[in-house]
Design a binder for this molecule. Structure first.
Ligand SMILES: Cc1cc2nc3c(=O)[nH]c(=O)nc-3n(C[C@H](O)[C@H](O)[C@H](O)COP(=O)(O)O)c2cc1C
Length: 183
């Protein structure tokens, strides 16, 4: 069994950037990174980092299937969404995933950051001017424009620190469990 598995869903590459950084930060050679579309029960690990992008307020069924199949694991979540720098929103995004996590896992926490969005969403925000007013449309367009720069270097750095912090939440004994295999 692997020590770490980083599994992610990413349509336009933002979440994959975070997945790559988390994978890089993990302190072991016993690790794999894969797209959730390639995930099957044969890929097993002690610790899972599960990543997703927020799609109309939720995550994909593939991600839900994966999360709800985990038992007795250490589990952390990460991902990207259109909203930036909003801890309350990130908390609600975290809940999208934790609600599916069986209680016999050890939860290590989550990391979310802003990701760029496709141009058609900016057009939709422009169309809101007539319906929701200029102030609302301007605010959403500003968020969209800021998003085009994310994930940025700071986001990657924070993802790296998050991976390190999450790993340190695993009790020491388990961190050395691989010794059972080699001694
Ligand atoms: C169809 C669609 C729906 C989206 N819904 C949401 C949403 O409900 N909340 C949000 O914060 N961002 C939303 N976003 C923004 C994405 O979560 C964001 O662009 C994310 O970084 C994409 O990640 P990816 O590049 O890994 O696919 C949506 C984007 C698209 C294209």
């Amino acid at each position: 069994m692997l020590k770490y598995l980083v599994v992610y869903a990413s349509e336009t590459g933002n979440t994959k950037k975070i997945a790559d950084e988390i994978f890089y930060a993990l302190p072991s050679d016993s690790k794999e990174e894969l797209n959730v579309r390639s995930w099957n029960g044969r890929h097993d690990a002690e610790t899972y980092f599960v990543g997703f992008w927020v799609n109309r307020g939720t995550c994909s069924l593939e991600v839900i299937d994966l999360i709800s199949s985990l038992h007795g694991k250490n589990v952390a979540f990460f991902g990207t969404c259109g909203m930036g720098n909003d801890p309350a929103y990130y908390k609600s995004v975290e809940a999208i995933a934790t609600v599916w996590l069986p209680t016999d896992n050890r939860y290590l926490g989550s990391f979310f950051c802003q990701g760029s969005m496709p141009a058609f969403i900016r057009d939709r925000y422009e169309e809101l001017r007539g319906k929701r007013g200029d102030e609302f449309a301007d605010r959403m367009i500003a968020i969209f424009d800021e998003g085009q720069r994310h994930p940025d270097k700071q986001d990657l750095l924070r993802a790296n620190v998050f991976a390190d912090t999450a790993v340190h939440r695993i009790p020491e004994q388990e961190n050395y469990s691989h010794l059972r295999d080699i001694l």
